[in-house]
Ligand binder design. Structure first.
Ligand code: B1M
Length: 213
């Protein structure tokens, strides 16, 4: 039953069937399927297949967009299940997808899991210019700046933001975490970020570590 419902979520997401993704995600939650299972074996699994098909020119931008909308519908339903902290935040994170980049699914999952681990999260959204990150860091009392990039062409926006933070005298005020599919540990070191996280679960662990540094 559990495997069937997860497979149906995955298949519906691949078809971009938002209504079915919504119905099935609700059904899975009602049946007690765990949120990580719904995420990893249903929603993310479907999006990974779409990604592979997109790479092989088997599906195109419209299909990917429709699948992304179905993904957002599923994520909206699982998000409240992460938000059960109710205690004082352990730290504050400013998060965003860097300039030139519109991908937000991974960033939203990272944000959701950080909130679920009692971080306060201020989300700057997508295609975030350096100036907006700087202004937000200046106004907030953030401990961590978390930048996401899904494109090799937008990765350098992370470097630009770190340079601009230095120029604004703010670099020492925040720890910087970077992530997203094309980002690597080597890249993070080369741009002098404080850490790289390969996925949302690791991002939470690394954010906790950064607070101790
Ligand atoms: Co785009 N796209 N896309 N796309 N798209 C990719 C990323 C691509 C790899 C597809 C491919 O060719 N195989 C490719 C990038 C190639 C490259 O640069 N290396 C690509 C391209 C080329 C493009 C366009 C240029 C296509 C075009 O127009 N010709 C265009 C660019 C638009 C722009 O941004 N300026 C484009 C557009 C789009 C859509 C709008 C249609 C849509 C985005 C919708 C949306 O996000 N709202 C889209 C999608 C959905 C994808 C794929 C299929 C899926 C991405 C995704 O959501 N994955 C993607 C293929 C792929 O990744 N295999 C692809 C699921 C998500 C859960 O994973 O985002 O990796 P991910 O997040 C993970 C980790 O990376 C990590 O944790 C997350 C969860 O565990 N993580 C972090 C992410 N951010 C983090 C931050 C952290 C820590 C961890 O700390 C700060």
């Amino acid at each position: 039953m559990k495997d069937k419902i997860l497979k149906d979520i995955k298949d519906s997401l691949m078809r971009g069937d938002r209504e079915n993704v919504t119905k099935l995600t609700k059904a899975a939650l009602d049946a007690g399927v765990s949120v990580p299972e719904i995420l990893n074996n249903g929603l993310i699994a479907g999006m990974e297949i779409i990604g592979a098909k997109f790479k092989n020119n088997e599906v195109f931008i419209p299909e990917v967009l429709i699948a992304a909308k179905a993904m957002h519908a599923g994520l909206a339903l699982v998000e409240p299940h992460f938000l059960k902290c109710g205690i004082k935040p352990v730290g504050k994170v400013v998060i965003g997808t860097v300039k030139g980049d519109l991908h937000d699914i991974g960033k939203n999952i990272v944000s959701m899991m950080l909130k679920g681990s009692c971080f306060e999260v201020e989300d700057c959204g997508i295609d975030v210019p350096t100036e907006k990150f700087i202004e937000t860091i200046r106004k907030s009392n953030a401990d961590i700046l978390a930048m996401s990039s899904l494109l090799t062409t937008s990765m350098n926006s992370m470097k630009d933001t770190i340079k601009a933070l230095k120029a604004a005298g703010l670099r020492d005020k925040v720890k910087i975490m970077v992530g997203g599919a094309p980002v690597t540990q080597e890249f993070a070191e080369s741009i002098e970020a404080d850490c790289y996280a390969k996925d949302a679960a690791v991002a939470v662990d690394k954010a906790k570590e950064l607070l101790k540094r």
